[in-house]
Design a protein around this ligand. Structure first.
Ligand code: IPE
Ligand code: IPE
Ligand code: MG
Length: 240
């Protein structure tokens, strides 16, 4: 096995290019999403193999609700089906499964299945697999600010202390509370933007862009990103 000098604790992927992959293969966009699930499986296995502790995947953004209804429905149905199909694998391989995002926008049936899968895998510790569903960075910061403001309103006696809070204290209001910030953010398909992903948490993430389309991004490509990361010099604004 390849010897990686510095393995990122948290790898996050903006999985992009399913539609273009399908187009290149003369298929409907949905076929690209279905093939993309194989890449999710491959990267999850690779994350376990190389000792990554958190793998998070941007699966559906708040803005993606604006896609044609059939595509949105196909994506939600695929999420539902894949999650149920993978539960056994999560249990056998010590994978904790978490979904983060604006869950109120998801259907009841999907939400129940997500809760069930999260509950059954909650004590697993080998890898935490986080799926961002109906998520956007601005939404996350807004909901955190709202909850923060509510706490101050509900406990005016502690307002002084709370208003003095530092950025680390604010972290616990974000949906990612308890999950370390991503060390490495990968985006596939040649696009070089964050598309409203983890705007707060990505403050010091290393970014890795590749032209490979998501359905073609498998263990080899995952390993290339890890090797690239291991050569990075993270300075956090300091002088070394
Ligand atoms: C990523 O692939 C999957 C989602 C955003 C849900 P796309 O569907 O964005 O594929 P392209 O970018 O159109 O090729
Ligand atoms: C980003 O991909 C969102 C996800 C991967 C879930 P998009 O395809 O939606 O992003 P844009 O529209 O190209 O910025
Ligand atoms: Mg896209």
């Amino acid at each position: 096995m390849e010897n990686i000098e510095k393995v990122p604790v948290h790898v996050s992927i903006i999985m992009d290019g399913n539609g273009r992959w399908a187009g290149e293969h003369g298929m409907e966009r949905a076929a690209g999403h279905i093939e993309g699930v194989e890449s999710v499986r491959a990267c999850t296995e690779a994350a376990v193999k190389y000792g990554v502790k958190y793998l998070s995947l941007y699966a559906f953004s708040e803005e993606n609700w604006g896609r044609p209804r059939e595509e949105v429905e196909a994506l939600m149905a695929l999420m539902f089906k894949s999650m149920l199909a993978e539960l056994r694998n999560f249990l056998d391989n010590g994978i904790r499964f978490i979904v983060l995002g604006h869950r109120e926008r998801l259907g009841d049936e999907l939400n129940r299945a997500i809760d069930d899968c999260m509950e059954k895998t909650r004590d697993n510790g080998r890898l935490t697999l986080v799926i961002f569903l109906s998520y956007s960075g601005k939404w996350d910061i807004m909901q955190a600010a709202r909850r923060y403001a509510m706490e101050i309103l509900e406990h005016p006696d502690e307002a002084g202390v709370r208003l003095e809070m530092d950025p680390d204290g604010f972290d616990r209001y974000l949906v990612t509370a308890g999950i370390p910030d991503p060390d490495l953010i990968i985006r596939t398909s040649g696009e070089m933007r964050l598309s409203n992903y983890m705007l707060w948490q990505a403050a010091y993430s290393e970014l890795y862009f590749t032209d490979i389309l998501w359905p073609d991004f498998r263990e080899k490509e995952f390993l290339s990103a890890l090797l690239d990361y291991s050569k990075r010099d993270r300075r956090y604004g300091k002088v070394k």
